[in-house]
Each structure stands twice: as C-alpha cells, then as structure tokens.
Design a protein around this ligand. Structure first.
Ligand SMILES: *[C@@H]1O[C@H](CO)[C@@H](O)[C@H](O)[C@H]1NC(C)=O
Length: 301
C-alpha cells in the first residue's frame, strides 16, 4: 500500500515537472475561439509537450488587422452558441481549462491573454505566441488587414516571439466536429514550432514575427505531414532591383509567399516580417531566421 502511494506521488511529481518545464505557448486567432483549427493546433502542441493557452475572440473577427477595444460582456451569444448572451467579457471553456474567449478583437484577445490570463495559467509570461491556423490564406498585402497577423504582431509588441499560421484550405466550423484539414495543418504548424523552439531562445530576432501559409488541403491533396515542404519566402514583391535577399538554393531573391502557395507541391511559405510595419525584414534578418530554422527549408523539387 505504501509502495502504491509513493508511486502515485512520484507520478504526480513527474506530471508537475513536465507541466512546469514545457515551453509556454499562447494561441490566438481571428476566426473565433471555437473553430476547429485553433483547438486542433492547441491539442497537437499540447500532445507534443508544450504548455498551451488559447486566448481568442468570442466570435469570428476576420479582417480586424490590429484593431483593439477593451473586452465587454457579450450582448448576443458567442460563436456557435458556445457562450450565452450576457456572459462576462472573458471566460474559460468548461471542457478545456486552457481555452479562453475574450470578447474583443484578435489583437486585444492576444494582449489580454498575455497580461491577464497567462500569469494565472502559466505563472509567467508566454515563451511563444502562435496564431491560427487561419481559415484562408494571408499572403502579400492582405497581411495588412489580417487579424491573424494583427494578433501575432501584438504578441511581438509585448516581447513574445510570434508565428502566424494560415491555410488555403479548410472551413470555419465548430471544433467538436471531425476536421482532417485542421488535423494536418496542426501537425505542420507543430513541425515549424518544434524547429523554432529547437533553435533556442531568443526564438526569433527582436521585433520579428513569421507569416506561415499552408497550401490547400482536402481529401486527396496535401493530406499528411510528410507531403509538406517548407520554403523561405518574402511577404511582398521586392520592387528594388538592387536589394538582395538571403541566399536560398543558389538564388538571392526569395520567392513571394503567394508564388510559393500557387506553385503547388504542398509547399509552405515562411516569411519574416517586422511586427510594427508588417513588411518584409531586411536581408540580415532573413539570414538570422535562416540560421535558426534553415534545416527546415527545402529547394524546389
Ligand atoms: C467571418 O468573417 C469574415 C469577415 O467578416 C467573413 O468573410 C466570413 O464569411 C465569416 N465566416 C463565417 C463562418 O461566418
């Protein structure tokens, strides 16, 4: 009996140690806290040993860029009726103690999560922020209007390195439904997060976030993790003929993220951008990112 008790204590202690040492990731989005994509991403990261916390809008707030507004109680029911009208400005999912809604814009939900929720769930600031995967691509100039990008940029402004994920496939529906696209996108996102974390802190250069876009996935296309190939990219076309990007596969101009996604082959675009302007970083900063996660990138087959 004593042996059993000691064993249980040992297991409990091991669980506590694991929880306390896993890298702490705050997860936001702009499609709303109850969509499959964000919940699958959190679950997949958690199963990989990370500590996770979702802090996302109470409803679909696509296209909110970096808008902010203090969270207010819900006037109407929250997304997919997951929150009753009249509920508090922020709350937790009764079935998931690490999933929180914030009734405001994506950037505010991220800020609120960092300042108010993370201290109680993590006991400290998050180590890394992830947003999405958004339902729908965020490529080129569209990034200026994206709440997925806005929430990631907000995290960087609070000193938290951030990665925004978006996918050309999938749809916005409740997380309790099966969603193979959300499942595979979550695994691809985790592969990138693993590489960033393995590169050591600081996970990204100061004031920089990553914009990551996944290609279309459906029943027959890009269905499993091994189908996906990462490529370093630019957010926008480089209109200055004299500037050069970091060298990739013998080329000193990175492809635009749009061209990577349009080229097929289940290629994933990874662009580094300044959190303040949401524009491309310079060559030296591209190189700094490449020196950290360059092992992930492949030349076009
Ligand atoms: C979410 O909001 C965006 C922007 O208003 C809209 O285009 C999209 O259809 C909405 N999605 C759903 C599932 O309502």
């Amino acid at each position: 009996m004593l042996f059993t008790l000691l064993t249980l204590v040992a297991i409990a202690n091991a669980a506590v140690i694991r929880k306390d040492t896993g890298v702490k990731i705050i997860i936001g989005n702009d499609d709303g806290w109850a969509v499959a994509n964000v919940r699958r991403a959190a679950a997949t990261l958690k199963s990989g040993g990370y500590q996770t916390l979702i802090s996302a809008p109470a409803d679909n707030k696509s296209g909110s860029s970096s808008l902010e507004f203090p969270p207010i109680p819900l006037i109407t029911a929250g997304q997919f009726n997951t929150i009753p009208a009249g509920a508090a400005a922020s709350g937790v999912d009764a079935s998931d103690p690490n999933a929180f809604y914030v009734n405001s814009f994506p950037a505010t939900a991220m800020e609120y999560g960092i300042e108010k929720i993370a201290p109680t769930i993590f006991g400290s600031a998050p180590d890394l922020a992830v947003t999405g995967p958004n339902v729908g691509s965020n490529l080129g100039l569209v990034t200026q209007f994206s709440g997925t990008i806005g929430a990631a940029a907000e995290a960087v402004k609070h000193g938290i390195p951030a990665i925004a994920f978006s996918g050309a496939g999938g749809s916005q529906h409740i997380f309790t439904e099966a969603d193979p696209v959300a499942d595979v996108y979550a695994q691809v996102a985790k592969k990138l997060v693993d590489a960033v974390v393995a590169s050591g802190a600081p996970y990204l250069p100061a004031n920089v976030a990553l914009n990551v876009n996944f290609p279309v996935s459906d029943a027959t296309t890009c269905t499993q993790l091994s189908d996906y190939h990462f490529v370093q990219s630019r957010v926008n076309v480089d209109i200055n003929p004299f500037t050069k990007d970091v060298n990739q596969c013998g080329n000193d101009h990175l492809p635009t993220e749009s061209s990577v996604i349009e080229s097929g082959g289940c290629r994933v675009s990874v662009s580094a951008f300044w959190a303040t302007s949401k524009l491309d970083v310079d060559k030296a900063t591209q190189a700094a990112v490449r020196s950290k996660i360059g092992g992930l990138f492949e030349c076009k087959p």
